[in-house]
Write a protein that binds this ligand. Structure first.
Ligand SMILES: NC(=O)c1ccc[n+]([C@@H]2O[C@H](COP(=O)([O-])OP(=O)(O)OC[C@H]3O[C@@H](n4cnc5c(N)ncnc54)[C@H](OP(=O)(O)O)[C@@H]3O)[C@@H](O)[C@H]2O)c1
Length: 319
């Protein structure tokens, strides 16, 4: 059966995506760092939809963990436990409030979790994808400083991988949590565009897309925020005010289902950026800088250095 690999598929938007995929008969590989919670979701999906749901431990902030998880996926394919891998959904991620933190590899945690881990995962799993396979990055409208979403969170910075990975290390004031987040999502959009260009140049049938699920306060996304703020963000009044101010809003169910469709349906073209907004999924323009191909190439090459990609690991179609 066709199988979809999803990071963070056991909660929030990812869970709604997993449910939709399972209901449509796709087998799943749930990749995440919370095995006990993943196990419960896997059991529920298996019994509700009679699909195979496999678990792979993966902490996207750890490059060693990403390499182990990618090896595990390859073994599952070789042993025939996965029929064919039709999509990789890079969905895990978050915003890390409070003092700047660093991953076990020494990189700023937002950039490590939301960007470098998925960048490496994509490098290692693209060769495992079936013909016409799809790679989808869950990005965010906050990446665009010319939108209300982008302004509210903190305008994204220039996507300089070395600067982002080492943010605050030289004793200078680190970026705010909001800016770290919006910039990480700008990098995700640019990874998807650059991936799409490289695949297309190589004549590959694999697609690469990025997706803005819209603002959804009901997921675990605001978990680092004070409880009162989380409560307020989930009130109807807050939602109404947000929409009036021009914030892109959605529900976990709609965005999860949209993500599942983008990952499995040919109608969404490679190189596109899609947005879920008040019950509608449309192809929209991303930020101005996200279309800068020179910056994207530099981001790509610097990310390769930061994840320590060795020539043997780099798929020919992505060189
Ligand atoms: N909700 C929004 O308003 C919104 C808006 C735009 C974009 N997004 C994006 O949507 C995606 C899903 O977020 P959500 O709203 O569904 O929030 P969520 O409920 O907090 O889900 C985030 C998922 O990411 C996983 N994750 C976080 N750090 C990880 C790590 N180091 N390794 C592996 N998995 C990790 C979490 O796993 P654990 O359970 O183990 O923590 C969880 O499954 C994220 O990329 C987020 O940035 C959300």
């Amino acid at each position: 059966m066709p199988t979809v690999l999803i990071t963070g598929g056991h909660s929030g938007i990812g869970l709604d995506c997993s449910k939709d995929l399972a209901a449509r008969g796709f087998d799943l590989v749930l990749a995440g760092r919370s095995p006990a919670r993943m196990q419960i979701v896997a059991q529920e999906l298996r019994s509700a939809h009679n699909v195979d749901v496999l678990l792979v431990e993966l902490d996207t902030s750890s490059l060693a963990s990403v390499r182990t998880a990618a090896d595990e996926c390859q073994s599952l394919l070789q042993r025939g436990e996965i029929g064919s891998l039709v999509a990789v959904i890079c969905n895990a991620g978050g915003r890390f409030d409070g003092d700047v933190r660093y991953s076990e590899d020494g990189y700023e945690l937002t950039f490590a979790t939301n960007c470098l881990g998925h960048f490496l995962l994509v490098q290692l799993t693209v060769p495992l994808l079936a013909a016409r396979g799809r790679v989808v990055f869950t990005a965010s409208g906050t990446h665009d400083p010319d939108t209300m979403d982008g302004r509210m969170v903190g305008a994204a910075m220039k996507p300089d991988a070395f600067a982002l990975a080492n943010d605050g290390k030289d004793g200078s004031r680190p970026l705010s949590a909001g800016k770290r987040y919006s910039t990480s999502k700008l990098c995700d959009v640019m990874y998807a565009y650059e991936l799409a260009r490289r695949l297309e140049r190589a004549g590959s049938s694999v697609s690469a897309i990025s997706f803005d699920p819209g603002s959804i306060p009901s997921t675990g996304f605001l978990r680092d925020m004070p409880k009162a703020m989380q409560w307020l963000a989930n009130t109807r009044l807050f939602g109404w005010v947000s929409r009036r101010m021009g914030v892109v809003t959605s529900t976990s169910k709609f965005s999860g289902t949209s993500l599942a469709q983008i990952a499995t349906e040919d109608q969404y073209p490679t190189g596109s950026y899609l947005q879920a907004n008040a019950g509608t999924l449309t192809k929209v323009r991303s930020s101005t800088v996200s279309y800068d191909e020179q910056i994207a190439v530099t981001l790509w090459n610097d990310s390769k250095d930061l994840v320590g990609l060795i020539p043997d690991e780099e798929p020919a179609e992505l060189r």
